[in-house]
Design a protein around this ligand. Sequence first.
Ligand SMILES: Nc1nc2c(ncn2[C@@H]2O[C@H](COP(=O)(O)OP(=O)(O)OP(=O)(O)O)[C@@H](O)[C@H]2O)c(=O)[nH]1
Ligand SMILES: [Mg+2]
Length: 153
Amino acid sequence: MSHTIKQIKERCPRFRILVIGRRNAGKTTILKKMCNSDGSDLRIVDRYGNKVDPSILEPDRQRGMSDIENEITFKSNPLFVFHDSRGIEAGAEHDENSPLCTDSLWEFLDKRSREPRIRDQIHAVWMCIPMDNPRAPSSEFELAFFNARASPV
Ligand SMILES: Nc1nc2c(ncn2[C@@H]2O[C@H](COP(=O)(O)OP(=O)(O)OP(=O)(O)O)[C@@H](O)[C@H]2O)c(=O)[nH]1
Ligand SMILES: [Mg+2]
C-alpha cells in the first residue's frame, strides 16, 4: 500500500454513507445487497456506541424507533458505515408530498459537515428512488436536495 493511501486510511478508516428515500423505497434492501448480506451480520450501534437490536429496521417496525445517528455496519463489508434516514420520516407518515422530515435531515447533514475529523463526516449520500413510482426519477424534491443540500458532502 502506498504511503499516501495508508495515511488516508488512518485518518478515515471507513467510508460513511447516508441512505435516504421514502418509506418502503428499498433502503434497507439495497444496503444488504450492496454488502452481500442476508442481514445476519448486520450490526447497529447508537450515537453512544451502545448495541441496538437490528430488528428495528424491519419493515413492520415503527419508524420512530430508528435514529439517523445510528451506525449500521455489516461484518461482510467492514469498510462501510451507513446511516439510515428511516427514523426521521415518522412525522411525515401521512403526507405523500413530504416523504422525508427534511429539517432533521438538513440538521444531521449540516452537523456532520462541521465535524472536524474526516472520519465523522458524511462521504456520500445514496438516495433510493422506487422506479415503479410515477414521480420517479429526478422529481423536484430529489433535484432540490442535491442542488441545495448535498454540497458539503
Ligand atoms: N418489488 C420490489 N420490492 C422491493 C425492492 N426492494 C425492496 N422491496 C420490498 O419493499 C419492502 C420495503 O423494503 P425496505 O428495504 O424495507 O425499504 P426501506 O426503504 O428500508 O423502508 P423503511 O425503512 O420502512 O422506510 C420490502 O418488503 C422489500 O422486500 C425492489 O427492488 N423491488
Ligand atoms: Mg429500512
